[in-house]
Design a protein around this ligand. Structure first.
Ligand code: GLU
Length: 542
């Protein structure tokens, strides 16, 4: 970990400083080995969602494809918006998705701390340097004055902006005000005459900030920097070579470039990623359902499925067939990722396609013995947890495996297989009540099944048809009742298929349980009838 002092020493040892009109204009940090260093810099103000995941993933893939370093930095300088636990959850979610930082708050690294609230000294030094260089100034305007400015602008139907009043205070006025100890912040002097910069995705960008806003606050009265300053200072000291972030930050970049200039630092390259939108072109938001990684995790989406889905939606890959559902490993994705292929159009996300990706990933994992073993292990504990203390819980490993393979055509997420629609695969359903007449042919079914050598779908359904014919019952009725007996539901897979899946022993047990219960209720009925008869006889004898 480097303290600000050390960083400055290193900086001055390695740098070349050119001066222009008294300002240092360019300090180049010699990036040892010309290494690519990128970062994901979320603010811990909520859960990681699809948009953030895409930014993190693309930075990660870019670093991987260049043999570079991926950094996670937590930008927590806006203390009013912090959400408790969000930082920990962000790190967990990234790890779950396989996006593992090389340097992070948890992992540490040479350029830490990786949490902005722990780097306040660095920002303070930078802001002093900016003031000294004439690139920033103290502002003493009160909240009340700013509010009046805002109201006035709104009345005139203009966008509120600071009028840069304190920019024009004399040195003496500033000193006096500082001495009297009033509230103050520091603002960046926006430089007129917009410069063009090159965005690796959007091409040449010219954005006239001066025409749009007043001088922005870079250091607040609470001793914390704002996003702009902290972001630039950290990107510099963490030796970030490429800033890749959402396009919503594009309008901040000219301000950042002014900060780099004011501090005499060389800026990194910039690449802004187009917005992710809903399929109908509206902003991707919670209205379209929960789009947080936390939600997908709890909804049994596999990490690699979500990652592939994000790359499918976000651009950056050659796609022969725009509809292609793929299940690539992170290494494969990194090898294919090409920043030059990220387009400028907003990326439409078809959330309903996520199921296809999950299914493809499930199939891929099941075809790989090591991954399948892990999946089986995980799934068995899930079923055990769901159905603990229930009757006849069957978790034989071979059985679980065959059910999982069988389910591939029926489910998109493994969790569904542990859910109520498939509970009959794991535990005995409630016993079905049957009539006397049904009991006769159900016994016949039992005998036929017992005698069937080939316990597979086709011969099993043939057996049921034979019983229906012999007992003069409609095939439909037989199938319907047998389905109820076997799975306790009116709907489900074909009965033959269900029998094959459950296997001979479980199927016969369930039929037997139905027949036993029927017999028992008959016995109870008879004995209660006899009791009534005996009672009436007793009455007669009195
Ligand atoms: N803290 C910003 C965010 O929450 C980071 C933007 C950037 O990457 O520069 O997204």
């Amino acid at each position: 970990m480097l303290g600000s002092q050390q960083i400055y020493q290193t900086l001055f040892k390695r740098s070349l400083i050119f001066t222009f009109m008294g300002l240092p204009t360019c300090v180049r940090l010699a990036h040892t080995e010309n290494e690519v260093r990128v970062r994901f810099a979320p603010s811990p103000t909520g859960f990681l969602h699809l948009g953030g995941l895409r930014t993190a993933l693309y930075n990660f893939l870019f670093a991987k494809s260049k043999g570079g370093t991926f950094i996670l930095r937590i930008e927590d300088t806006d203390q009013t918006r912090l959400v408790e636990g969000a930082m920990e959850q962000l790190q967990e979610d990234l790890e779950w998705a396989g996006i593992i930082p090389d340097e992070s708050p948890l992992k540490g690294g040479k350029f830490g701390p990786y949490q902005q609230s722990k780097r306040l000294d660095l920002y303070k030094t930078a802001v002093e340097q900016l003031i000294q260089n004439g690139a920033a100034y103290h502002c003493f305007c009160t909240e009340h004055r700013l509010e009046l400015l805002r109201k006035d602008a709104l009345r005139r139907r203009q966008t509120p902006r600071y009028d840069n009043r304190c920019r024009h205070l004399s040195k003496e006025e500033v000193e006096d005000k500082l001495k009297s100890g009033g509230q103050q912040c520091v603002r960046l002097k926006l430089v007129p005459g917009c410069e063009t910069y090159h965005d690796l995705v959007y091409g040449n960008i010219t954005h006239d900030v001066v025409a749009c806003e007043g001088d922005p606050v870079i250091f607040k009265s609470d001793g914390f920097p704002t996003y702009h300053l902290a972001n630039v200072v950290d990107d510099h000291y963490m030796r970030i070579t490429h800033v890749m972030r959402g396009v919503e930050w594009q309008s901040s970049t000219p301000k950042h470039l002014m900060l780099y200039k004011g501090l005499g630092w060389e800026p990194p390259e910039f690449a802004h990623l187009p917005l992710l939108m809903n399929a109908d072109g509206t902003k991707l938001s919670k209205r379209q359902g929960d789009i947080t990684v936390k939600h997908y995790r709890s909804d049994d989406v596999l990490p690699q499925a979500l990652v592939n889905f994000v790359t499918f939606s976000g651009g950056g890959f050659h796609r022969d067939n725009s509809d292609q559902v793929r299940s690539l490993s992170t290494d494969q994705l990194a090898a294919e990722f090409d920043l030059g292929l990220v387009g400028v159009a907003s990326c439409r996300v078809s959330l309903e396609r996520l199921d296809d990706f999950n299914k493809a990933e499930l199939a891929r994992q099941m075809a790989n013995e090591t991954e399948m073993a892990a999946l089986v292990k995980q799934f068995r504990s899930k079923v055990a947890e769901t159905y603990k203390d229930q009757l006849e819980l069957d978790l034989n490993e071979d059985y679980v495996r065959s059910v999982m393979q069988w389910s591939l055509q029926r489910i998109t997420r493994l969790g569904q297989l542990a859910g109520p629609n498939f509970s009959y695969l794991w535990v005995r359903p409630p016993v079905t009540n049957i009539s006397e007449q049904q009991a006769e042919w159900v016994s016949a079914v039992y005998e036929h099944l017992q005698a069937t050598d080939d316990f597979t779908q086709k011969p099993l359904s043939d057996s049921l048809r034979v019983v229906a014919k012999q007992s003069k019952v409609k095939v439909m009725e037989v199938m319907h009742l047998m389905r109820m007996i076997l799975c306790g539901r009116k709907e489900g897979p074909a009965v033959g298929e269900m029998l094959e899946m459950l296997g001979r022993e479980t199927s016969l047990n369930r039929i037997q349980a139905t027949l036993n219960s029927h017999q028992q209720s008959n016995t109870e009925k008879t004995s209660s009838q006899s009791a009534v008869v005996l009672q009436s006889m007793n009455l007669l004898m009195l």
